[in-house]
Design a protein around this ligand. Structure first.
Ligand code: PAF
Length: 283
């Protein structure tokens, strides 16, 4: 069956009526191989796969790249067709927010104001609000997210738990270019020099991983030195958090931790993360 593009909430609900199990892959579009990996896995998990493509104005700040965010519905549809996705849900802003800016929103709490949320105030409230709407529109059994957006994954999982959404979140590993750069729809904004400089993020995470047995200070120092070696890269944050709370770990922390990083490369803001195992401070 060819992939069908559905543009209204009513039409999608009608199309999905009676489906036994539905997997949802929420996206902003401009799809890359990371999204296709989510869609492929979704096919294994449910009878019907819906990929939503909606550049959600609620999660972009006034000075962010909402207007220039890449939009390519035709190209996206062709890529999803190769994976056998059943439906693309591509609503207009008027369909999702018929009264203009919504008054009722989900708040992401304290963690939602840190890291990405500190640099992009209101971002996660906007993400959780649209994700909750998509859950209610699609009624999925399982929803796919990529680990690249680690803070988003943490907050969505917590919302699902706190608000009792009857669905499961499936998280897939970050897909990378052969040289290590994490796939992102924003990579297309990088020129040749910026593309080379952007490798600093994944290299900083590799340095963090190789220093993990020497404790958190060594982790931060090793990754910091990779980032500060490139003038084109302006670090926004580099932190080590406890994946259970998404709060920074302290000196004596031992166990699985997540190194999160965000940096501006030219005009493009990139994020990445890696799980490491902290053995505690070196004696
Ligand atoms: O990660 C994204 O692409 C977006 O934040 C999401 C989950 C589709 C919500 O707009």
């Amino acid at each position: 069956m060819p992939t069908i593009v559905v543009e209204t909430i009513a039409a999608l609900r009608a199309a999905l009526a009676g489906a036994d199990s539905v997997a949802l892959v929420p996206t902003l579009g401009a799809l890359h191989d990371g999204h296709l990996a989510l869609a492929r896995r979704a096919k294994e998990l449910a009878d019907v796969v819906v990929v939503s493509i909606f550049v959600n104005p609620l999660q972009f700040g006034p000075n962010e790249d909402y207007a220039r965010y890449p939009r390519d519905l035709e190209g996206d549809a062709a890529r999803l067709e190769t994976v056998g996705v059943d439906y693309i849900f591509a609503p207009g802003v008027d369909d999702m927010y018929p009264n203009g800016r919504v008054e009722t929103r989900i708040t992401a709490g304290d963690v939602g104001t840190r890291f990405e949320g500190a640099s992009r105030p209101g971002h996660f409230d906007g993400v959780l609000t649209v994700v909750a709407k998509l859950f209610n529109i699609v009624g999925p059994t399982v929803v796919m997210f990529g680990q690249k957006d680690a803070q988003q994954v943490f907050l969505v999982k917590r919302m699902v738990h706190d608000l009792d959404f009857p669905l499961r979140i499936e998280v897939m590993p970050t897909v990378r270019e052969p040289d290590g750069l994490a796939l992102s729809s924003r990579n297309r904004f990088l020129d040749v020099n910026e593309r080379r400089a952007a490798l600093a993020l994944s290299r900083a995470l590799e340095a963090a991983e190789s220093s993990a047995d020497r404790g958190i200070d060594a982790v931060l120092a090793a990754s910091q030195s990779v980032i500060s070696g490139d003038d084109l890269v302006q670090l926004d944050y580099l932190k080590v958090v406890d994946p259970k709370t998404f709060l920074p770990v302290d000196d004596g922390f031992q166990g699985k931790a997540t190194v999160i990083i965000a940096a501006r490369v030219g005009n493009t803001r990139l994020i990445d993360n890696e799980n490491i195992f902290l053995a505690g401070a070196a004696k």
